[in-house]
Design a protein around this ligand. Structure first.
Ligand SMILES: [Zn+2]
Length: 295
């Protein structure tokens, strides 16, 4: 009898230990969507399930940046827009193809025009890690896959208001774009920038850390943007972007040096912070394949 009680006690502790982090994660995920004002027309959409995005109110309609990843969050975005304007949502721009940015596409009205880079659209159809087809290949989801794509630059006019959508090259994936609002001097970068943890580079989507730095440099040279919004961290300025480029270059140089010393990947990873392990592995593989060399 006593034995059963002890085992029950141990079981309860296990359940508790399992539930505590899970409930914290739930709390984080269910933060309500907040519209943070940048100007009368431009807002950052923070919270909900999925990445941060944005909303831009034009003369005749609204453009949304990234879609969150569940119906509840999308409903909150749609409701939030209604609180600001009675203009319809005309466009939804996907910064890239990751689920936390695009899975919510399907919960927007079918009348919305979905916009993305041509490579991002291709990534919607990538087979999963286990070889099974992408969920986006289901016919019922077809209306929510980007239908308006571009290669280098696209301008969308919402009446007199202009939105510039730029492609500066490979980085986090091969299909990451920058949505630029000239009046606000504000650019939305999606996952091209992470400030509070190591940069994600998706090799399986053609991402490349060495190209990533070049792409960000090109963006700074091209745009006179002063504010940069990220999918996963607070807004930053030009200095913040330059710091990230420097950080990446230092990380790459250190990995290169350690490879020269014939260290293994595991040994090299130990020389970095734990959250940098994935990035270090990506850089390691790129160097081994000679992808760090100028073509
Ligand atoms: Zn993301």
């Amino acid at each position: 009898m006593k034995k059963i009680k002890i085992s029950q006690f141990i079981f309860s502790i296990f359940v508790l230990l399992w539930l505590i982090p899970w409930s914290f994660a739930q709390q984080r995920e269910t933060q309500p969507v907040e519209f943070r004002k940048i100007s009368d027309n431009l807002y950052e959409t923070i919270g909900g399930s999925g990445a941060r995005g944005g909303a831009y109110i034009g003369d005749n309609g609204v453009l949304i940046i990234d879609a969150k990843m569940d119906k509840n969050s999308v409903d909150q975005v749609i409701e939030g827009v209604k609180q600001i304007t009675d203009k319809p949502i005309m466009y939804l721009v996907d910064t890239h193809s990751d689920g936390d940015h695009v899975w919510g596409n399907q919960f927007f009205p079918e009348t919305v025009i979905f916009v993305a880079h041509e490579n991002c659209r291709k990534d919607f159809f990538l087979t999963k890690g286990d070889g099974s087809p992408s969920d986006w290949s289901k016919p019922e989801l077809a209306p929510f896959i980007p239908s308006l794509t571009f290669q280098n630059k696209l301008k969308i006019y919402l009446g007199t208001k202009k939105v510039e959508i730029w492609y500066f090259g490979i980085g986090h994936t091969t299909g990451d774009i920058v949505i630029y609002f000239p009046e606000e001097k504000t650019a939305f970068l999606g996952d091209q920038i992470f400030l509070t943890r190591a940069q994600l580079i998706h090799s399986h989507k053609g991402g490349n850390s060495f190209e990533h730095s070049k792409t960000l440099v090109k963006m700074l040279e091209t745009l006179d943007a002063e504010h940069f919004c990220s999918g996963h961290s607070e807004m930053t300025d030009r200095k913040g972007i330059k710091n990230q480029i420097d950080k990446m270059k230092k990380c790459q140089a250190k990995v290169e040096d350690l490879i020269e010393e014939n260290k293994t990947l595991e040994e090299i990873q130990k020389e970095f912070e734990e959250n940098e392990a994935r990035l270090v592995e990506v850089i390691f593989n790129e160097i081994k394949k000679g992808m760090n060399k100028e073509k």
